[in-house]
Design a protein around this ligand. Structure first.
Ligand SMILES: [Zn+2]
Ligand SMILES: [Zn+2]
Ligand SMILES: [Zn+2]
Length: 295
């Protein structure tokens, strides 16, 4: 019950926060920047609570309030928990330090604490921050806090067939939607989405960053990612003819990154392996250097 509410609400808030930010930028609208901050911060708070609840639901409740309201505070009844006060953002940071020291280091926690201050200022009507620096802080909040938390929440969702109504597929679709909303803000027109050959999901984000070819790509469902791709790593795709196939060792084949190619849309790997003759590649059993065309 608690889990369902937390995951659903957090992903909704994060997604709508990103949409506000997108709108705010496009229309240069200060009110939408505020809404973006409020929604994203709320979403972050909820997803962080979710990963703490995954360890033990009582972590997110104020200890005094637990002992006051529950007959057995260490194994409280769900209905009793509704009467308890939950911990605030500082409390959340303390618990993250304790339970997830690897994922939430001091620099990650500082992002939360700095934005908590801004959020409080908004609530007291004295909000002063340049829009540029607000955007930068929100992007940081997403990358350094929300994303690692979503990853942890997703791992758990993957190990449970059903986490109270939310199953793995559903979680991953939400996560991909949130990432897309984020990229709309951060890399407007500089990315496309395709199918991932490793996991088969349509959650491969292909980033151009102003270049004419993809410079990186990553999947939000599995851990596949490739950074700093050099143009020389691309080979001709036998399906679409574009110079867009990347060899992937783990896959033992190629992956076309041209988002309009049907192989890319449908997550079909290219038959590809290293060519012993020249150090290049055999693509569908042909190497451009070594295989002579027979006619
Ligand atoms: Zn994948
Ligand atoms: Zn292709
Ligand atoms: Zn060869």
């Amino acid at each position: 019950m608690i889990k369902f509410t937390l995951i659903e609400n957090s992903l909704d808030s994060i997604k709508s926060g990103m949409d506000y930010l997108d709108f705010a930028e496009e229309k240069n609208c200060p009110v939408s920047y505020k809404k973006a901050l409020l929604s994203l911060f709320q979403g972050a708070e909820l997803i962080l609570k979710e990963i703490l609840v995954q360890i033990d639901p009582i972590i997110i409740f104020d200890k005094n309030s637990l002992f006051r309201n529950c007959a057995s505070p260490l194994q409280p009844k769900i209905e009793k928990l509704y009467d308890c006060k939950s911990i605030d953002i500082n409390g959340i940071c303390q618990e993250l330090k304790k339970y997830y020291p690897e994922q939430f280091k001091r620099s990650n926690l500082k992002v939360i604490q700095d934005l908590a201050k801004e959020r409080n200022k908004i609530q007291h009507f004295a909000f002063e921050m340049t829009l540029e620096s607000l955007k930068a802080s929100l992007v940081k909040l997403y990358l350094m806090v929300i994303k690692p938390a979503m990853l942890l929440a997703g791992e758990k969702a993957a190990s449970d067939t059903f986490v109270e109504g939310i199953n793995r597929i559903c979680f991953e679709e939400h996560a991909a939607d949130v990432e897309e909303a984020f990229l709309n803000v951060d890399k407007r027109h500089e990315f496309v989405k395709g199918g991932c050959c490793h996991c088969g999901n349509h959650s491969l984000f292909i980033i151009y960053d102003g270049e004419s070819y993809p410079v990186s790509c990553y999947c939000t469902t599995c851990d596949f990612e490739k950074q700093e791709i050099d143009i020389s790593e691309f080979h001709e795709c036998p399906e679409c003819g574009a110079n867009s196939v990347l060899y992937d060792e783990k896959l033992g084949g190629g992956m076309c990154l041209w988002h309009k190619c049907s192989d890319c849309v449908e997550s079909v790997p290219t038959t590809m392996k290293p060519c012993a003759g020249c150090g290049g590649y055999l693509i569908e059993d042909k190497c451009i250097n070594c295989t002579k065309e027979e006619d």
